[in-house]
Design a protein around this ligand. Structure first.
Ligand code: PEP
Length: 253
């Protein structure tokens, strides 16, 4: 059975105090509301990682992720944070290839392939983001476009390494826009990506790969999207900054 996952991407939001309050609320609700079969991943900005981890404590279903890591192992790279450093702070997941990193920081498929390998080499599980722009969706070439992102950045991995990767399908036109893909559009792409994974790694690994949907997911639309066969959860931006909304999304399965 593949994992159900809801990951919150705080992006560049939350002061120290705000992050502590949000984390405490989420952890308390996760325990009080008896969540059992959904892994919640908090992906705060780097300075929050250590205090957030401390607050989460031993609540086993709540994990810590980073929003990025360096492609370099260590050394004179001012401002960068390596996978090795993240792992040493108890980080378990790292978002790689978010469309904002691709667009604003010019991260391409080749660089992302290096980051994925660096993360895996230090025991981090990559949450690999892929997705098409509105132009590509309008042109109808979204399926080959997104498959290509997987091929270029992931398909060099051994089957063992690939099975540690979580995929997040995030159509760029739906991120932070309030415009969600329909549940049918999400299902169609998730199924296509799963078939693509099966063509490279076989049906068993494909069936075990969690594929998350991201793009204006909220408590109102999550249930319909998560009800689709190939949707295994969500990568949540805006709605992850409000504890009740984030928990209601977790409870949408
Ligand atoms: C994201 O940034 O990954 C995201 C899905 O954002 P939002 O939920 O705000 O659209």
């Amino acid at each position: 059975m593949r994992k159900k996952i809801v990951a919150g991407n705080w992006k560049m939001n939350m002061t120290f105090e705000e992050g502590q309050i949000l984390t405490s609320e989420i952890v308390n609700m996760y325990k009080d509301e008896n969540i059992k079969d959904v892994v919640a991943i908090l992906n705060p900005p780097f300075p929050h990682i250590f205090p957030v981890k401390k607050l989460v404590g031993d609540v086993s279903g709540v994990k810590i992720g980073a929003q990025n890591c360096s492609d370099k192992a260590s050394g004179a790279f001012t401002g960068e944070v390596s996978a090795k450093i993240l792992a040493s702070f108890g980080v378990e997941y790292v978002i790689i290839g978010h469309s904002e990193r691709r667009e604003y920081f010019h991260e391409g498929n080749e660089l992302l392939a290096v980051k994925v390998k660096e993360a895996l080499a230090h025991g981090l599980k990559p949450i690999f983001c892929c997705g098409e722009s509105l132009d590509i969706r309008t042109a109808g070439t979204h399926e080959p476009n997104v498959k290509f992102q997987l091929t270029e950045s992931l398909f060099d991995l051994s089957p063992e390494d690939f099975s540690k990767v979580v995929i997040a399908y995030e159509p760029i036109w739906a991120i932070g826009t309030g415009k969600t893909a329909t549940a049918e559009q999400a299902q169609e792409m998730h199924a296509a990506l799963r078939r693509h994974i099966a063509s490279k790694y076989g049906k068993d690994i494909a069936a075990e790969t969690s594929i998350l949907y991201g793009g204006s997911c909220n408590p109102k639309n999550a249930q319909e999207i998560f009800s689709k066969e190939d949707v295994d959860g969500g990568l949540i931006g805006g709605a992850s900054l409000k504890s009740r909304d984030f928990m209601d999304i977790i409870k949408s399965f």
